[in-house]
Design a protein around this ligand. Sequence first.
Ligand SMILES: [Zn+2]
Length: 120
Amino acid sequence: MGGWTDIVPSALFIMPTDAYLKEVPPRLSQVFEGRRKLLDICEALGLLQAEIEYVFTQPYGHRLDCELLSKQFEQLAVSIAAEIPHSQCDCPPSERKCPKCEGRRWLTATQHRQALPVQK
Ligand SMILES: [Zn+2]
């Protein structure tokens, strides 16, 4: 056992996928690698939020505005999560002015939600 593969996260060898775990074409691989990066940032913000809430309970943290700081971390994560690459657009390759993806051929989480059929 041993070797360099043991220290490199196996996730690096996984092809990027969209939110449906569907592999994306090479031209979108950078975008959907970014999906993982942004999810990591959101997770890190969640951990920081928990850290602040912990620090507030400690003798050195009583002056922190725990409620405000906690809410700010949450707002940062929500803002980022809203624009994370979500999935590929279903428009044909010839479509240059798709109203859903603006011709990029992929949708952020917010664009995906907006493109869903309206529930009656
Ligand atoms: Zn489109």
